[in-house]
Design a binder for this molecule. Structure first.
Ligand code: PDD
Length: 277
């Protein structure tokens, strides 16, 4: 497959960056993951807005206008045979002599690739998935979509070692998010998610879920959620670009609700499919 790297379309196997790239040396960069359905980006405006916020947050000046970004992504998308894709964009501060502080006069490294989107299985959709819990030991700028992901890698590895879908993290007894998804609970018909602050990445699905709740008259509340509240919830679910919304029916050794995907999950899932179409 062809990828975009610093101004050129090139085969993935030939795309090379310097070992002095600050993404490689310091994890000094940001990324974005955009789902594509039927060759059309889903929520492109929101994903690009978040990309621009991430660049701004780490002081990288945006190398392209929105129209240029859309054209570059379209080039990579069009070069791939799959209709449903997952576009990955990464921008690092660039190549410079190794020194921690931001170097002057450096050109950002821009990389774009795409892969066929991998969706949850029919089995996961129908029966829900299991998760495990762990203390959130990441840094306190989780709102930035940073490529420094070792904390998230630990959480994902923990899930893999337990043979489950995700690790749901708690910081000082309060729900934050999973390794690469946001987490939601339902209690007595009210959908709740953690506040949009520095402890979570605000998923592009966050606003979408709020919109669906408003349209379907599902009460929604952003609030701090305790560990006990998660285990005692009627429903728990995950959201992300690739999971869309996905019901969690088991957490550690405990069953969530009645152990089946619940009614609010089903409503959100159905509305999500309509939004995509
Ligand atoms: N991850 N929280 C974290 C830590 C994430 O990495 C992600 C997405 C989300 C959900 O965001 P969104 O709804 O915009 O996908 C929440 C992507 C998919 C990834 O890293 O591959």
């Amino acid at each position: 497959p062809l990828v975009y790297l610093n101004g050129v379309m090139t085969p993935l196997s030939e795309a090379k960056i310097s070992v002095l790239d600050r993404g490689f040396i310091f994890g000094d960069g940001i990324y974005e993951v955009i789902p594509v359905y039927g060759r059309k980006m889903f929520r492109a405006d929101q994903h690009l807005a978040r990309l621009f916020r991430s660049l701004d947050a780490i002081g990288i000046s945006n190398p392209h206008s929105k129209e240029e970004w859309l054209a570059l992504i379209a080039k990579v998308m069009d070069a791939h045979e799959a209709d449903d894709q997952m576009v990955y964009l990464q921008i690092t501060r660039g190549v410079a002599k190794r020194a921690h502080a931001y170097p002057k006069d450096v050109t950002p490294t821009v990389f774009i690739m795409t892969n066929p989107i991998v969706m949850p299985s029919a089995e996961a959709r129908e029966h829900g998935v299991a998760c495990v819990s762990m203390e959130d030991l990441r840094w306190l700028h989780c709102e930035i979509k940073s490529i420094s992901l070792l904390g998230n890698v630990f959480a994902a590895q923990n899930a893999a070692e337990h043979g489950v879908t995700e690790t749901i993290q708690f910081r000082n007894g309060y729900l934050t998010e999973a390794s690469s998804s946001n987490v939601w609970i339902v209690k007595d018909g009210v959908l709740m998610g953690p506040p949009k602050d520095n402890q979570i990445l605000e998923g592009i699905r966050y606003a979408l879920i709020e919109e669906i709740c408003a349209a379907k008259n599902i009460p929604f509340k952003a609030c701090r959620i305790t560990r006990d509240e998660v285990f005692a919830a009627d429903e728990v679910m995950l959201s992300s670009a690739t999971k869309e919304v996905l019901a969690v029916v088991k957490l550690d050794d405990q069953t969530i609700g009645n152990g089946l995907p619940g009614p609010i999950y089903k409503q959100l899932y159905a509305a999500y499919q309509l939004a995509k179409a």
